[in-house]
Design a protein around this ligand. Structure first.
Ligand SMILES: [Fe+2]
Length: 365
């Protein structure tokens, strides 16, 4: 699938990030492990030279996985040596990039899982990444609604307050209207009711582009559901392989279009990213904000007022993607522990289904 990358590429690319952005410019005397690999493992940085196209990453049978693991070990050792030996000024100049490189690698840890899962889903053997029995799937605990009276809310992360990506800054105020957010996530069982009520066959529920996708791609259920002949869900494919479908699990692997159609059917809407963040910071927050599924919002991925990208080559990290994408909030079962924040802004095109993406409803009051 053109949007995904092989595991070997993720391993090499996250190492390339440290080599190219930390070691080559900052570590005296460091020489690239293999100059030719720069082109292979640069993802999207125009300032750092030509790139191998993403849809063809799966064709890179060389370097081998062993070569890539050796690359990682070598760059790790060089980085540790640099950290141990650098003088204060050299270290200060590189410290922010090292932290960004670590956060970047955490992002790729999740992408590696979503990409492996998608590749395995196309294998008729439906292999399981994890051979041990599945844990109980993330269950949406909450019911009812949390109310917000509206008014000014502060969102985003102020600079200097722990790590944040540039897209979460600057902290600023937004105006919220009175609204309510669902305490819990939408569940598989609730989404089954949407399907049973002809949700995928009623164009009035869908955004135009979403309805086109339903028709052109034959969507009739979340990405990894398997249906019986009578249309009832029977199993769901995941990192533990094919598992029995469970009504109480949070619905997952939805596009924004499916999430928005469900909300329309439910007589509700998706929250804005700012309503989500305000709820997350209130004294009595909704349940399952983190660690289950990313939650589609109704917010376009736009720069905050006063947004300034990271400086240098990593200016391309976020800012240039701020068009045509939708913000997701929270985190998923595949997000590395400690990676997400209340101000964290994940983003994907509205048709993306292979991430661990679900939804939480909102309502106007
Ligand atoms: Fe990357």
């Amino acid at each position: 699938m053109p949007d995904t990358s092989p595991a070997k590429w993720h391993l090499a690319h996250t190492t390339w990030f440290f080599e190219t952005l930390v070691l080559l410019p900052h570590a005296p005397g460091y020489r690239a492990v293999d100059e030719r690999w720069m082109r292979l493992f640069n993802s999207y940085y125009e300032a750092l030279g030509p790139r191998h196209p993403r849809p063809q990453r799966g064709l890179l049978s060389r370097p081998s996985t062993a070569d890539v693991l050796g690359y990682r070990a070598g760059v790790d050792a060089a980085l540790l040596h640099f950290i141990a030996e650098a003088d204060h000024d050299s270290f200060d100049a590189a410290a922010g990039l090292i932290e960004l490189g670590l956060q970047h690698e955490q992002q790729h840890q999740e992408l590696l899982l979503t990409d492996v899962l998608h590749a395995f889903s196309l294998n008729p053997l439906l292999p399981a990444l994890h051979s041990q029995p599945a844990q109980r799937p993330a269950v949406s605990a909450g019911s009812g609604w949390t109310r917000h009276g509206g008014g000014l809310a502060a969102v985003g992360t102020a600079s200097g307050v722990g790590f944040a990506f540039d897209n979460e800054t600057p902290r600023h105020q937004v105006v919220l209207q009175p609204h309510a957010l669902a305490r819990g996530l939408v569940t598989n069982g609730e989404f089954r009711d949407f399907i049973a009520d002809s949700g995928y066959r009623r164009p009035a529920l869908w955004l135009s582009e979403g309805w086109s996708s339903v028709q052109s791609q034959g969507w009739s259920a979340p990405l990894y559901w398997q249906l019986q002949e009578d249309g009832q869900p029977v199993s769901e494919f995941g990192l533990h392989g094919l598992q029995p479908w469970q009504a109480e699990a949070a619905v997952c692997h939805l596009s924004f279009f499916e999430a928005a159609a469900y909300a329309e059917w439910a007589g509700a809407r998706l929250p804005t990213e700012f309503e989500w963040e305000a709820a997350a910071t209130q004294a009595d927050p909704p349940d399952d904000l983190f660690g289950s599924v990313w939650q589609w919002t109704r917010s376009s991925y736009d720069p905050y007022p006063g947004f300034r990208p990271h400086t240098g080559a990593v200016a391309e990290y976020n800012g240039k993607f701020m068009v045509g994408q939708i913000v997701l909030r929270g985190s998923s079962l595949a997000t590395p522990p400690g990676h997400a924040r209340k101000s964290y802004r994940n983003f994907f095109p509205p048709g993306a289904r292979w991430q661990f993406s679900g939804l939480r409803l909102a309502r106007d009051l």
